[in-house]
Structure formats: structure tokens, C-alpha cells
Write a protein that binds this ligand. Structure first.
Ligand code: G3H
Length: 272
């Protein structure tokens, strides 16, 4: 489509809207709550907004934008704990993990992104991965709220240890993984609340790479791809894979780039 055709199509669309909708009237609609977004967010007219949910909607609308950009999600490279199947902890990258960080640098050098930002968790394995790319980015920031789900008393255990030491807890998690909270730790539901500021900030930004962890990236991926809470804790976010999210008009394009570097599989299937 040429620029002229696109413009004509857009103006026709506005004409069609005009036939279907009527504008809000300052006097007649005095009691209604509404927000007018003028010129794709250049200015806003907010009227009669009450309560928490309505003000969150205003906050959200004031933060989104329509400019083309991509959000990249990557787990840290394979860690020493990943290799031995342990949950959480703060171990460094394995040899394969370090190779992945090197490949990630090549990948992003080829992407040639403007205003590229990197946000990493503060865990050693993520910071090590992100640090390889710091010369490519305008800013590299280390956010505590991107740290992995806190597995509480199960930090450092394998799934087998968890099941044999705390069989009841293990079964409860399998029954409702989204709401299950590790004793002295977090649930996926807690994680979603912790990530709200990150997600809002992602809405505002241009090209960002988030270097984080399996559970955290599941929450971010679920938000952009509209997944429900039963499926969220089982989304596949493998190691050594970049997930590229490109927001479009009514959806978000998802592309997965798997790098050819060995890594263990940390995915545990949903029990039948
Ligand atoms: O505990 C750390 C894992 O990355 C989260 O995996 O929620 O599937 O057990 P999980």
C-alpha cells in the first residue's frame, strides 16, 4: 500500500466510525466517567474518574504508545544450578551459559536497534549474561523486581528433593500452580503483582531486552500474549532462546530464536 492509499484508507475508517458512534457531549455526559485520548496520546482529557480501577485505566492509557518497537525476552544463560536441577539460588553461568552470552552479543549486534535498553535481574547469572551486551545498549539496568520467583524453603532443592521433603506442598503446587505460594517465598500471583511496574514501564519504552528467569518471563510473556492464569505457569520459555515480541494493532507477534548451544531442560510438564 502506498503512503497516499494508507492515508485515504485511514480517513475512510474515521468516516465509518463517525457513522457508527456519537461523540461524548460535555454537558449531556457530565455524569459519565471517560478519558479522551487526543492525537494518539499527545494530550488527554480525563473526566470524572473515580476509584482505583478507573485511575489504573487512565495510568495505563497514558503509558502505552503506538510506535514500532520490539521487546526481547531472554533467560540468563544456563547456570551451574540449572545443570544439577536445583531451584533458585544465585549461582554463576556454566560454560554453556557463557557461550550463550557471547552469541547473544552477536545476535543483538545484528539487530542494529535504536535506543536499545537492557533490563536485567540482579541475580549473578542474569547480570553476567546482560553484562556481555552492555556496549550495545544505551542503558543497562539491574532491577531487583526481575529476580526469579522466591522459592522460600525450597530454594536450592531439586524437584525430587522438594517432593520427598514436602510431599503435601508439592501436591498443592501441582493442583494450583498459579496461586501456590512457597512457604517463606512467593507464588506466581505474587510475581504478577511484583512485575506490574516493569510491565507498565515496558509499555512506555522502545526496544528493550529483558534478561531474567523462567517464572518472571512467563508472566511478561503471558501479559503480552494474553494467556490465562492456568496456562501462565506452564508457558515454555527455554534456555538459550530469545523471544521477540512485536506489538501490532490487535495482537503481539511472537518469534522464537533458539541458539545452537546445549542447555539442560528445566521445564516440568503440567501433571495429568
Ligand atoms: O523455580 C524456578 C523456576 O524457574 C520456575 O519453574 O515454576 O516451573 O517450577 P517452575
Amino acid at each position: 500500500m502506498t503512503e497516499e492509499e494508507a492515508k485515504e484508507d485511514f480517513l475512510k475508517r474515521i468516516e465509518n466510525y463517525r457513522m457508527q458512534y456519537e461523540p461524548l457531549d460535555l454537558e449531556y455526559d457530565e455524569d459519565k466517567s471517560y478519558i479522551k485520548v487526543i492525537n494518539a496520546g499527545k494530550s488527554f482529557y480525563v473526566h470524572n474518574v473515580n476509584g482505583h480501577v478507573q485511575s489504573r485505566v487512565v495510568y495505563f492509557l497514558m503509558n502505552i504508545h503506538l510506535l514500532p518497537r520490539s521487546i526481547y525476552l531472554s533467560r540468563h544463560g544456563e547456570s551451574e544450578y540449572n545443570r544439577i536441577g536445583r531451584l533458585g539460588g544465585d549461582s554463576p553461568l556454566s560454560e554453556n551459559g557463557l557461550k550463550y552470552a557471547g552469541k547473544l552479543l552477536e545476535y543483538f549486534a545484528n539487530e542494529k536497534l535504536d535506543d536499545f535498553r537492557i533490563w536485567s535481574s540482579q541475580k549473578i547469572r542474569a547480570a553476567q549474561t546482560a553484562s556481555h551486551l552492555k556496549d550495545l545498549a544505551e542503558h543497562t539496568e539491574f532491577w531487583k523486581c526481575l529476580d526469579e520467583i522466591d522459592a522460600g524453603i525450597c530454594e536450592g532443592l531439586t524437584y525430587e528433593d522438594f517432593e520427598s521433603r514436602y510431599p503435601k506442598q508439592f501436591a498443592e503446587r501441582d493442583k494450583d500452580k498459579y496461586h501456590y505460594r512457597y512457604p517463606s517465598g512467593e507464588s506466581y500471583e505474587d510475581l504478577v503483582a511484583r512485575l506490574e511496574p516493569v510491565i507498565m514501564e515496558l509499555e512506555r519504552q522502545s526496544n528493550v531486552l529483558v534478561v531474567s528467569h523462567q517464572a518472571v518471563l512467563r508472566c511478561i510473556l503471558a501479559y503480552f500474549t494474553n494467556q490465562n492464569r492456568d496456562d501462565l505457569p506452564y508457558l515454555k520459555v527455554p534456555l538459550h532462546t530469545v523471544i521477540k515480541l512485536t506489538p501490532k494493532a490487535y495482537s503481539c507477534e511472537v518469534e522464537m530464536f533458539k541458539f545452537d548451544i546445549d542447555a539442560v531442560n528445566t521445564y516440568r510438564e503440567k501433571p495429568k
